[in-house]
Design a protein around this ligand. Structure first.
Ligand SMILES: NC(=O)c1ccc[n+]([C@@H]2O[C@H](COP(=O)([O-])OP(=O)(O)OC[C@H]3O[C@@H](n4cnc5c(N)ncnc54)[C@H](O)[C@@H]3O)[C@@H](O)[C@H]2O)c1
Length: 378
């Protein structure tokens, strides 16, 4: 077994939603150890959390700048090699840029930055640094999503003509209808979240899933948002018509006010020979539809799956693969890339996915604000 990769964590404290997913995912394939962190903006909270989860406190730093400064003083074989950025969105860009400029690999939560301009700057920094960069579009790590990508690549659907991705949640209902509450969460604050709430937070996953599974790019879009209240500056619901080519069209539907919905991400790709459908809340079922044959159901771990899908399955068929496993697969691909080993380009979303994501988010806002017009992506 090669030496563990020294991982730094930024954000993801005990009070956070996503921290536990990254920590567990990093341990699942035995590739990483947490070497240092700034888990919270508040130093004491960070220290207390480190004690709680038994991470040595000597490399828990008071803030991000101190982490970089102090780590650079350490010999290279002790220094943090890769940092996971799990903070609110507005910190992703300054943190990622400084990390790349100082020779660290980066695993960054989505959206990668808060503007497209920042994303392009970061892309240049990444190229200059020659470091590895992943954006954690978690759902691409599911074995059945990987299978979908590989089947489409192999031509199972023939020419694609229709795509449909939906990401419906209802959690913002508990906040949005109360004036005080809606002014208090970072996801509804443009200074912290960027220009979009719903499309920036979850629509961008649906966008990425379409490009990841089809290998095609969305060329233009038309978007209609709902903000629900006049004083709310951030979309909480949106519908996007998309064009990928003259005869390849579809829709992305995203909502944070879809009452009663939990984490309802689903994707369907329709082609001339068949269709594939997958739902995040039932991730171990991939449906293949046909006009001429009975419905087929693909399941993880069977030898009939692609190498990319099987690489993301650790136990024999019948042992459900969940969100922790999906994120662990992204960390595994990243570990291979950091070690300079061979890996499949479907193993983790990259800087290019992050750039496309910001191009998408900004285009949806531009389309809505200019009166629901068609906007071209770069
Ligand atoms: N990939 C996914 O499916 C997915 C799911 C949820 C969230 N996310 C993304 O993860 C990021 C965090 O989301 P969350 O829901 O966990 O947010 P959260 O508000 O629950 O947690 C944010 C954490 O960052 C810490 N933090 C804030 N400022 C900091 C600073 N200056 N230095 C260090 N730590 C700081 C907070 O103390 C907290 O622990 C967001 O960018 C979000 O879009 C991704």
């Amino acid at each position: 077994m090669p030496k563990k990769i020294r991982l730094g964590i930024l954000g993801g404290g005990g009070d956070s939603l996503i921290g536990v997913l990254h920590r567990v995912a990093s341990f699942i394939n035995d590739n990483y150890e947490i070497a240092g962190a700034v888990f919270n903006a508040d130093f004491d909270e960070s220290l207390n959390f480190a004690k709680e989860i038994d991470v040595p406190v000597n490399r828990i730093y008071k803030d991000f700048d101190t982490l970089v400064e102090e780590e650079l003083k350490l010999p290279e074989d002790e220094r943090i090699q890769v940092c996971s950025i799990l903070t609110p969105n507005f910190l992703h860009f300054p943190m990622a840029r400084k990390l790349l400029d100082n020779g660290f690999h980066v695993i960054c939560e989505k959206p990668m930055t808060t503007t497209y301009e920042e994303a392009l700057i970061l892309q240049k920094a990444k190229i200059k640094s020659k470091k590895v960069f992943a954006v954690t579009h978690t759902y691409t790590g599911y074995p059945m999503v990987r299978q979908m990508r590989e089947m489409i690549k192999e031509g199972a659907l023939g020419k694609i003509h229709k795509v449909d991705a939906q990401y419906y949640q209802g959690w913002i209902n508990t906040i949005i209808h109360d004036k005080k509450k809606r002014a208090s969460v970072w996801r509804l604050d443009p200074k912290k979240a960027g220009i979009s709430s719903c499309m920036g937070d979850i629509g961008v996953h649906a966008f990425n899933m379409i490009e990841y599974t089809t290998g095609l790019q969305i060329k233009s879009l038309l978007c209609d948002f709902n903000y629900l209240y006049g004083d709310n500056q951030m979309d909480v619901d949106g519908t996007v018509l998309i064009r990928m080519d003259k005869h390849v069209k579809g829709v992305i539907r995203a909502s944070q006010v879809a009452t009663g919905e939990e984490n309802g991400l689903s994707i369907a790709i329709y082609g001339e020979k068949g269709a594939l459908k997958w739902e995040q809340e039932k991730p171990n079922f991939l449906y293949k539809l046909s006009d001429t044959e009975p419905l087929q159901v693909y399941r993880p771990g069977h030898a009939y799956n692609s190498a990319l899908s099987l690489d993301g399955t650790k136990l024999p068929p019948g042992h459900p693969e969940g969100i922790f496993d999906a994120m662990a697969n992204i960390y595994l691909g990243m570990a291979r890339a950091i070690r300079g080993e061979k890996y499949n380009d479907g193993e983790f979303p990259t800087m290019q996915d992050g750039v496309r994501g910001l191009n998408f988010i900004e285009s949806t806002v531009a389309s809505h604000k200019q009166g629901n017009i068609w906007v071209n992506l770069d």
